[in-house]
Ligand binder design. Structure first.
Ligand SMILES: [Zn+2]
Length: 467
């Protein structure tokens, strides 16, 4: 019996040892094992999102449900769909890749591509910017000798996104509650670690020819960060836009995103839009969703985005010079009807605030206390101690009756700052948040505003249930 057991143990050990030897010394075997693991993680993540009630109907859920398939969208151009699209441009001397999708979708994107194009021979990977939904697949696609082309600012963007990973992860999880508790530990799946070997500078396009096809890479900062670039195929007049236009077209730009990240320079974005108008594309291939090939729609769309961004930028500057407050400008500045475009992603009033703070930074020259590290909320508890609670509730009710929901919310926030508070003001908060959500849904439908209000409503619900 002991002999049989030791025989089995020896067999198992030999199998394990050969697995580790092959795993470590055969890169292709290692990659195939890693891809299988990644594929399993993706299956779990997708079902987690589909099962999560909060994700239903959201843009994030819509994206994760996009089927992963490879399709020829123009001669010599293959798009592999997913949360972020991966593109392959075929030439007789090798293939160029533009953007690489999410890491957890890499295995599925690779197998979808191999079904219609098994003999891929990559020479360059071009990355539109450093966001994980565009760079996640690099570690899987990369082979020795492949050139990785990015904007010169890519590494700096990658650095701060990595260093602040936990901070941004926690913020994003508030808005997207279906996200796992912490960032992926597996090196292959985590962000960062990409080392570009060809950098493109602003105003200095990088051009090359391969298999008779011309490639021009333009740095167009200001959209989703300072490291944006686009790929232009001049013979075909096709533009690979990455995230330059955002997930919708035409949409008002998300100048500073409310979920955080560094500033996006509004004037750079305007200059970048003008550059695209000069190129005059007949087809735009974004790294999210479907290509656009209606030239009238493309031209009209870009002109509207440019006009709308310029209008909001110039009106904000005018208002700043005339001494108006940022809040007054947030209320007053509107898109004229001829420039009206969706604010589902970027919101005009938030752009006003962003532009204001972009030019004048953190001190609003409003209150002295702004200069010091004691927030107003530090006195809320003492204040409540001397305020008649019933009078406070009556004031909140009056504001609500007059439709002054934001004034009501200011008072509500003072009361609810005490996490142990249980009482009728929680019901007022519930009512006001629902009204704001209704207004958001009836007007801009801005997804980030809706995510935030839902998050606060869930919090409110938990507190109401606990009382
Ligand atoms: Zn993206």
């Amino acid at each position: 019996m002991i002999k049989v057991i030791s025989y089995i143990v020896i067999l198992l050990l030999t199998a394990l040892m050969s697995f580790f030897l092959i795993f470590n010394f055969s890169p292709s075997f290692k990659k195939s094992v890693q891809l299988k693991i990644v594929n399993q993680i993706d299956n779990i993540a997708s079902s987690r999102i589909s099962n999560n009630l909060n994700a239903k109907g959201s843009v994030a859920a819509e994206f994760i449900n996009i089927p992963i398939e490879a399709r020829e969208i123009a001669p010599d151009i293959i798009q592999v769909t997913g949360v972020g699209n991966t593109h392959v441009i075929q030439t007789s001397e090798g293939d160029i890749m533009f953007d690489t999708g999410l890491s957890i979708q890499a295995a599925k994107q690779m197998s979808a591509l191999s079904e219609i194009y098994p003999e891929i021979n990559l020479s360059h990977i071009i990355l539109s910017h450093s966001h994980a939904d565009h760079t996640g697949g690099v570690k899987f696609w990369y082979e020795d000798g492949v050139k990785i082309i990015t904007h010169v600012e890519f590494e700096e963007e990658q650095r701060y996104l990595k260093e602040l990973e936990t901070y941004f992860w926690n913020r994003n999880r508030t808005l997207f509650p279906f996200m796992p508790e912490s960032p992926p530990k597996l090196d292959l799946l985590s962000t960062g670690g990409i080392k570009p070997n060809l950098l493109v500078e602003n105003d200095r396009p990088f051009k090359f020819t391969k298999g008779g096809m011309d490639f021009e890479i333009y740095a167009l900062p200001g959209a989703e960060g300072s490291d944006n670039l686009v790929l232009w195929l001049p013979q075909k007049r096709v533009l690979f836009s990455g995230d330059f236009f955002g997930p919708l077209f035409p949409q008002f730009p998300n100048i500073f995103t409310m979920r955080g990240e560094k500033i996006r320079k509004p004037f750079e974005y305007i200059k970048s839009l003008e550059k695209i108008i000069d190129l005059d594309p007949v087809m735009i291939i974004p790294s999210h969703k479907d290509p656009l090939d209606n030239t009238f729609f493309i031209n009209e769309g870009i002109r509207k985005i440019l006009g709308a961004t310029k209008h909001v930028h110039d009106e904000t500057i005018k208002g700043m010079n005339s001494g108006k407050t940022v809040e007054a400008l947030m209320r007053e500045i509107r898109l004229p009807p001829e420039l009206s475009i969706t604010q589902e992603h970027g919101k005009v009033s938030w752009a006003v605030k962003s532009i204001w703070e972009y030019y004048s930074t953190w001190f609003h020259f409003d209150r002295t206390t702004e200069l010091y590290a004691v927030p107003q909320s530090d006195i809320y508890n003492d204040l409540l101690g001397i305020i008649d609670e019933l009078k406070m509730q009556k004031l909140i009710q009056n504001y609500i009756d007059r439709g002054d929901f934001l004034k009501a919310l200011h008072l509500i926030e003072i009361v609810l700052f005490d996490r142990n508070y249980r009482g009728p003001v929680l019901n007022f908060e519930n009512f006001v948040l629902k009204e704001l959500l209704k207004q958001a849904n009836d007007t801009t439908k801005n997804s980030y505003e809706i995510y935030w209000l839902n998050y606060k409503l869930n919090n409110n619900q938990e507190r109401l249930e606990a009382q």
